[in-house]
Design a protein around this ligand. Structure first.
Ligand code: ADP
Ligand code: XUL
Length: 517
């Protein structure tokens, strides 16, 4: 009986799924929420702010402690000796900075000690900037200028220089940490850092996640000399190799064999970014399907039949782990914006959902751009959400209006900012934490005027890892894995056509609010 294991190192939790390849079913799923289980890291949602609110960091030691907690639990839930292959994913763009000790430490992990204790001395920068960090506007401008403009960077890397992307983040570190930067021997993405831990070696970066750095040339799938040069000195030596998504990195680290009962024969496939992994886990890695993930960030993505780029520069082209490219638009104000409104009125999710149902579509002409923290689609660094409507609404005195306007505003902004992909989806597949909320999904369906279907497994990122591991290590076909594990819930949420006109007008309102941001 062969099992495959998928890992998801996301913003708010570290999770795993184990699938049984013979029976075609899920053996178990398990998640460690950082805020709840590791409160000592003072990161209730998995991150904390630096000196300014646009600096956002996570502690990589927190991720490592979460891995140990995860496997303590997982070994009670299933027989880990049956696992034959592992892969996984990490939140994109975040980076981990390691000194020269790393290369030795990673291949000598001692199962008697914790991971965090052994890796702590290897960090040349204690904290990792993550995808929510928007502090690098200046560095983006510098890199753009050095390259000769947005068009060139976009052509080379698939995106214009973007604040949260790893290249601009590295440049800021180089400029502000003159001692720590030269002391850094290796800079990993979250995905390649996690892959290194599981494989007990300094792992490469895959093309899917590598494309989110403003450093990789999308055509050659190698580090781009001009981009690397414009980012920081001696950077090439500090970057891991880039490989294709099907690459087997090696066998599992002895640490996991001795401590958690894995077989030493387990192979590890290169990890990727959470969105490329979700593309596989939602069975959307061949063109034709559109996926919306409602996790910490809301993302809208699809495998690309042909490469188009966003003329506004907010969208991205990443590598598709199954070959070719994927388009992606990311909205920073996703679940945490929904939670902000919920918590403002001290509501439970049930009360939030009731308020949504009790308020009519169009929200009686009240509109919100729900940007509670700096937004990236579009770029917005203002003072919180923009409201337009009645004074009761604008003064936050109506929970019902605020809740409905927040959800409608999120999806109308999403519609406006994904038109560049030229996808007119007849059906949208949804995944991520908020996708279980049918009332939210109905509004999505009405605004996009498309059928919406939920996936049965809510953790499509970890599932993508388990599928990729089985495909590349154990020779299972992608089609058979998708057929066994990526079924959709039988429920199809249909758009209410009578709301089409109302939302067309509402979108025009939202567009006019966006214009004056
Ligand atoms: P990530 O993988 O990015 O860490 P998840 O996809 O696990 O995030 O989603 C977690 C989010 O799901 C929580 O932050 C929460 O806001 C949201 N969520 C959980 N339950 C509900 C619900 N019933 N309705 C709407 N959102 C929900
Ligand atoms: C994508 C992005 C986020 C992170 C975290 O560009 O920034 O979706 O991958 O989920």
């Amino acid at each position: 009986m062969a099992y495959s294991l998928g890992i998801d190192g996301s913003t708010q939790s570290m999770s795993a799924i184990v699938i049984d390849l013979d029976k075609g079913d899920v053996v178990c799923e398990c998640a460690i929420n950082f805020g709840e289980r590791l409160p000592q890291y003072n990161s209730p949602n998995g991150f904390f702010n630096g000196e300014s609110s646009n600096e956002v960091y996570s502690d990589p030691l927190m991720w490592l402690d979460a891995i140990d907690l995860l496997f303590e639990e997982l070994k009670e839930l299933c027989d880990l000796s049956k696992v034959e292959a592992i892969s996984g994913a990490g939140q994109q763009h975040g980076s981990v900075y390691l000194n020269a000790q790393w290369l030795k430490a990673i291949s000598h992990l001692d199962s008697e000690k914790t991971l965090s204790k052994q890796i702590k001395p290897c960090l040349s920068r204690p904290h990792s900037p993550i995808w929510m960090d928007t502090s690098t506007t200046l560095e983006c401008q510098e890199i753009t200028q050095a390259l000769g403009g947005n068009d060139i960077i976009c052509q080379k890397s698939g995106s214009v220089a973007i604040e949260r992307f790893t290249g601009p983040q590295i440049r800021r570190f180089y400029k502000t940490s003159l001692e720590a930067y030269p002391n850094t021997a290796r800079i990993h993405l979250v995905s390649s850092f996690l892959c290194s831990i599981f494989s007990g070696q300094d792992a490469p970066i895959d093309t899917g996640d590598g494309a989110g750095m403003n450093l990789m040339n999308l055509k050659s799938n190698t580090w781009d000399d001009d981009l690397v040069h414009a980012t920081a000195p001696n950077l090439l030596d500090k970057l891991p190799d880039i490989v294709q998504g099907e690459t087997i990195v090696g066998k599992i680290s002895d640490y996991f064999v001795k401590k958690y009962g894995f077989s030493e024969k387990v192979s590890v496939v290169v990890f990727t970014g959470d969105n490329p992994s979700s593309l596989v886990g939602t069975a959307a890695s061949t063109p034709s399907k559109t996926v919306i993930s409602l996790g910490t960030s809301d993302t809208f993505f699809a495998a690309m039949p042909s490469t188009v780029s966003d003329p506004n520069g907010f969208g991205h082209v990443f590598g598709n782990p199954s070959g070719g490219s994927m388009s992606l638009q990311c909205f920073l104000n996703g679940s945490l914006a929904r939670e902000y409104v919920k918590d403002k009125y001290e509501y439970s999710w049930d009360q939030f959902t009731d308020a949504l149902s009790e308020t009519p579509p169009g929200c009686n002409g009240n509109y919100m751009l729900p940007f509670f923290s700096p937004e990236i689609s579009p770029l917005y660094n203002g003072n919180g959400p923009v409201l337009k409507g009645t004074s009761i609404f604008e003064n936050w005195r109506s929970p019902k209006l605020a809740i409905r306007a927040c959800i409608e505003g999120q999806f109308m902004n999403m519609k406006v900012h994904t038109d560049w992909m030229q996808m007119v989806p007849e059906i949208i597949y949804v995944t991520g934490g908020a996708s279980k909320n049918t009332t939210i999904i109905q509004i999505l369906s009405d605004i996009f005027q498309a059928d919406v279907q939920r996936l049965e497994v809510s953790g499509s990122v970890a599932l993508g890892g388990a599928i990729r591991a089985a495909q590349h290590c154990l020779n299972h076909s992608l089609e058979s894995l998708e057929a066994s594990f990526c079924s959709n819930s039988s429920e199809v949420i249909k758009p209410n056509e009578s709301h089409k006109e109302l939302y067309t007008k509402a979108i025009e309102e939202i567009e006019s609010m966006l214009l004056v941001l």
